[in-house]
Design a protein around this ligand. Structure first.
Ligand code: HAM
Length: 414
């Protein structure tokens, strides 16, 4: 028998209702903030991610699902930001739309070693705002993430923020780190020795214990920030304070993607264990320009949906529709049942029937299992009299209803 591929998940009908509640809550909150949904494709030219995330980013180095077709190389999207900036530019939204606020919900793909909270196909709920460098926009985006968590009733999260500064500041930070880490290279893991050459910032969030010790001894502050970037970060903090949003400044938060500049943030939850990030985001003020567009500020974030569901304190349930179940006895009744089912559904009444040729007892048990409150039974007697038998599964009461009165009676009872 075939098995699902490692790191993927079947979301079965019983689980889907939790997903639907989270999705609906997400849509409602984004809509409150005046964000519109966007749905870019799942497959993109691989070079888009190499360019946006950076050649030395872990995702680009080893985590992309690549599809080669003739001379072209495509990737199943590992994240949404690059696709959305591509879509924004390709569809000329920079010329027509002004400040653009979009959100997305959908699957992402990364070649990872699967473990709790780490999948190869996972889902993002995220947003991107393109067209402003205003620090209070950072405040809006972080408070939006905070409000989403409140709406999902997820508690016990911590928001960590940092500022990487502009491209020049990031270079300065890289130099500071190189100088400080050079004498300690022998204490760093092999991966960090490679990072030292290509992406020294990533050493700051290495999970290896030896590296954590080395990093702890570094005294990283916000000294690398130029006056403009420092001013921007001060305004972000001031805005968050004015909204009473709890956050912690974390000078070691760097994020693994090259496109980030200035504000970066991460939301963690300790119940998640090693993979403790529920969501993350930040500014990427140079990406629109790097992908061939004008120089425009931009910011966004994404939550991992599977991780949200792992820490959710309650099970989310969609209230199920009240089901009317039709039971027919004999071939002629079956034909009548088919027509009646069609009529009920056209009238907006959720209904179903038994396609398994069960006995009356078996079909009633099935109706009960489906939590159906009202059952319509059609047998030979009912056919002769042009009626159906209506059984209330809660009270057990049974009565004949004229065929012409069925809809009104059901609407009255449901
Ligand atoms: P990211 O930190 O790579 O950021 O992913 C965001 C979230 O997706 C993570 O915090 C985590 O909850 C979830 N996630 C990531 N990888 C996996 C995985 N393998 N399995 C399960 N969940 C996972 C981004 O992707 C950026 N595009 C976010 C962003 C939007 N920045 C600006 N705009």
């Amino acid at each position: 028998m075939f098995k699902k591929t490692p790191g993927t998940k079947d979301i079965l009908p019983d689980e889907v209702s939790s997903w639907q509640v989270i999705e609906e809550t997400t849509r409602n909150i984004f809509s409150l903030y005046n964000y519109k949904e966007i749905r870019p494709p799942i497959i993109e030219e691989a070079a888009l991610f190499n360019r946006s995330l950076g050649e030395s980013a872990e995702i680009v180095q080893k985590q992309m699902f690549l599809i080669k077709k003739d001379k072209d190389v495509y990737a199943l999207r590992p994240e949404g930001t690059a696709s959305i900036v591509r879509a924004y530019l390709e569809n000329n939204l920079d010329k027509t739309a002004g400040l653009t606020k979009v959100y997305y919900i959908g699957p992402m793909f990364r070649v990872e070693r699967p473990q709790k909270g780490r999948l190869r196909q996972f889902h993002h709920l995220g947003c991107e705002v393109i067209g402003s460098q205003e620090p209070y926009l950072d405040v809006e985006v972080i408070s939006l993430a905070d409000n989403l968590l409140k709406a999902y009733t997820i508690e016990g999260c911590e928001i960590k923020i940092n500022s990487l500064g502009c491209a020049k500041d990031k270079k300065e930070l890289t130099e500071i780190l190189r100088k400080n880490l050079k004498p300690k290279l022998s204490k760093l893991c092999d991966d960090c020795n490679t990072r030292f050459k290509h992406n020294v910032l990533r050493i700051l969030d290495c999970k290896n214990e030896g590296c954590i010790e080395v990093v702890k001894e570094l005294d990283i502050q916000q000294d690398h920030l130029c006056p403009e970037c420092k001013g921007h970060f001060d305004k972000v903090k001031e805005g968050l304070d004015s909204l009473n949003i709890d956050y912690k400044i974390s000078p070691y938060l760097v994020r693994g993607l090259d496109y980030y500049t200035r504000t970066v943030f991460e939301i963690i939850h300790n119940d998640l264990g090693a993979q403790n990030a529920l969501g993350a985001g930040g500014r990427y003020d140079n990406l629109v320009g790097d992908l061939g567009g004008p120089s425009l500020g931009a910011i966004g974030f994404a939550f991992g949906m599977e991780r949200l569901l792992l820490v959710a304190s309650r099970e989310y349930r969609v209230e199920s529709k009240k089901l009317v179940y039709i039971i027919t006895l004999g071939n002629q009744a079956k034909k009548e049942g088919l027509k009646l089912l069609n009529t009920l559904r056209r009238q907006g009444i959720t209904s179903d029937t038994d396609y398994e040729d069960k006995s009356l007892k078996g079909a009633l048990r099935k109706a009960n299992d489906l939590s159906s409150r009202l059952v319509l039974i059609i047998g030979e007697d009912e056919l002769k009299k042009s009626v159906v038998m209506l059984k209330d599964m809660v009270s057990g009461e049974q009565k004949e209803i004229k065929q012409d009165d069925i809809i009104a009676e059901l609407k009255n009872k449901l």
